[in-house]
Design a protein around this ligand. Structure first.
Ligand code: PSU
Ligand code: MN
Length: 305
């Protein structure tokens, strides 16, 4: 394996024994959630994966290497770091070369997971085409990564701060399939239903695994989105989240927030404007995705080519 990649002992043992491993990102820890809920969630999500019989591998860049699987102390360091970089594909070499602490986004986590031979990755919501993206060109690098890197990404859809219709169009253009669990429609992060159809509904891990194996057996490059809606009991009402998102977007525009700062800004503002309820929803949906991701990793092991 590439010597810039360092597996934790737990992950190395799982890989050696052929046990299922599930990758987790770290931007959600460093930039997506506030302290201390970020650390609590990171730990809980790892435990959900272990309870399902798989091994969690939280990914970050530390000390000039990609770290796959973090210790408790390292998770804490990331959760409290005031200056962790937010790393997408373009930023990975910088963090490696300078030794800076870096949290990986969906795009960067997919790259590192693939380098480490991990096929399944769990996150909250993928990035996508931002509203007004036809003018700002703000399209998350997550989408291009899904087009090229063979990792299945379990998420609660794309964040509702985005233009979800354009996001699905972009994924279609680049040949990225969107599987949906429990419903026909694509999930919308804080709410279960985006009102937009996913490509196909596939509730069972076994069917998802067969789909993914078929894609890769055909030599089709890239990943698969597995959209898992937030459970209704923990979801935010759609009208409420829509109104609050509109307000947060207006504030971002007023304050000139741009580029990679936008997503963390909006998540923090939405949390404040919902009195913390959006954070509870965010935590619930990530945990829910972790269970689905672990079952998918087990099923992919059974369908091994
Ligand atoms: N999902 C969450 N919280 C987050 C993110 C996803 O529940 O903070 C992060 C992911 O790392 C994703 C990133 O890759 O937001 C998208 O950022 P951008 O829009 O700048 O590409
Ligand atoms: Mn962006």
């Amino acid at each position: 394996m590439n010597d810039l990649i360092q597996l934790s002992p737990e992950v190395a043992a799982a890989r050696a024994e052929g046990r299922p491993v599930v990758a987790l990102e770290s931007t959600i820890i460093a930039h997506g959630m506030p302290w201390p809920q970020n650390l609590e969630t990171a730990r809980e999500v790892e435990d959900v994966i272990r309870a399902e019989g798989a091994v969690p591998a939280t990914i970050a860049v530390m000390g000039g290497r990609v770290r796959v699987g973090l210790t408790e102390d390292e998770l804490r360091q990331l959760a409290q770091a005031p200056d962790a970089m937010k790393l997408s594909r373009r930023d990975l070499p910088y963090a490696i070369a300078t030794g800076r602490l870096g949290a990986t986004t969906v795009a960067a986590t997919m790259i590192c997971a693939h380098l480490a031979g991990i096929e399944v990755f769990v996150t909250g919501g993928i990035g996508g085409v931002h509203r007004g993206g036809h003018e700002s060109f703000d399209i998350s690098a997550d989408l291009q990564e899904l087009a090229r890197t063979p990792v299945a990404v379990v998420c609660a859809g794309a964040k509702s701060i985005l233009d979800l219709g354009l996001t699905l169009e972009y994924l279609e253009t680049h040949g990225v399939p969107v599987l949906s669990i429990g419903q026909d429609n694509f999930a919308a992060f804080f709410t279960p239903d985006s009102g937009l159809k996913a490509d196909c509904r596939m509730d069972e891990a076994r069917s998802q695994a067969r789909f993914i194996r078929a894609k890769w057996a055909l030599g089709l490059a890239g990943g698969v989105v597995v959209s898992n809606p937030v459970p209704a009991a923990q979801a935010m009402p759609r009208e409420e989240i829509d109104a609050i998102t509109t307000q947060a977007l207006a504030e971002a525009a007023q304050q000139g927030v741009q580029g990679k700062a936008i997503t963390p800004f909006l998540l923090a503002r939405i949390k404040a404007l919902t009195g913390g309820r959006s954070l509870a929803t965010n935590i619930a949906l990530v945990r829910n995705n972790a269970a689905v991701g672990a079952r998918l990793a087990l099923a992919l092991g059974d369908e091994r080519p």
